[in-house]
Design a protein around this ligand. Sequence first.
Ligand SMILES: CC(C)(COP(=O)(O)OP(=O)(O)OC[C@H]1O[C@@H](n2cnc3c(N)ncnc32)[C@H](O)[C@@H]1OP(=O)(O)O)[C@@H](O)C(=O)NCCC(=O)NCCS
Length: 154
Amino acid sequence: MKPVIRPGMPSDAAAVARLQGHLFPDRWSVADVKAQMSLPKAVLEVAYLADSSSDLCGYALGQVAVDEVELRSIGVHPDAQNRRLGRALLKAWEIHAKSLGANRVVLEVAENNAPARALYEAHGFQKVGHRPGYYRTGRGAAIDAFILERVLID
Ligand SMILES: CC(C)(COP(=O)(O)OP(=O)(O)OC[C@H]1O[C@@H](n2cnc3c(N)ncnc32)[C@H](O)[C@@H]1OP(=O)(O)O)[C@@H](O)C(=O)NCCC(=O)NCCS
């Protein structure tokens, strides 16, 4: 079934928190997601399977500040990964951010996150920064972060 991608609404917050917590070790509560959604020029796109009773299968969340938008989190449910949903979500999210004044996207990605790095590379992001040892694993190992950027052209 083809997913439907649309701007997020307050009623999506619980589902976004559930999927974020499934994908990342630093879990966000529903209140965390609601707080991020209510920031000025917050940008949230969500993906559901066409059957609206089914669970959220993806989201992208960030915030526009002046002419730049930061992608804070993007996630696709493991059952829906590798079917170009991440790419489609990122595209919809960028169009949304552009409508709020963004002409540049910045994000941070862990050096060892191969799927995310592949998604961003396929989408035209360039490396503009490197933060050695920025992340820590549960076992305390240090992992580098890369800062990536993409100019949003018409
Ligand atoms: C990163 C993530 C959002 C990608 O979503 P996805 O729907 O699986 O990605 P897509 O199917 O749109 O793939 C986009 C590109 O990345 C590549 N890619 C995706 N998963 C990959 C993997 N496991 N290994 C290598 N390449 C991969 C694809 O080949 C594709 O390139 P193509 O379109 O030229 O074929 C998803 O893996 C995810 O939710 N991961 C966990 C959360 C996370 O790490 N988020 C990013 C934090 S910075």
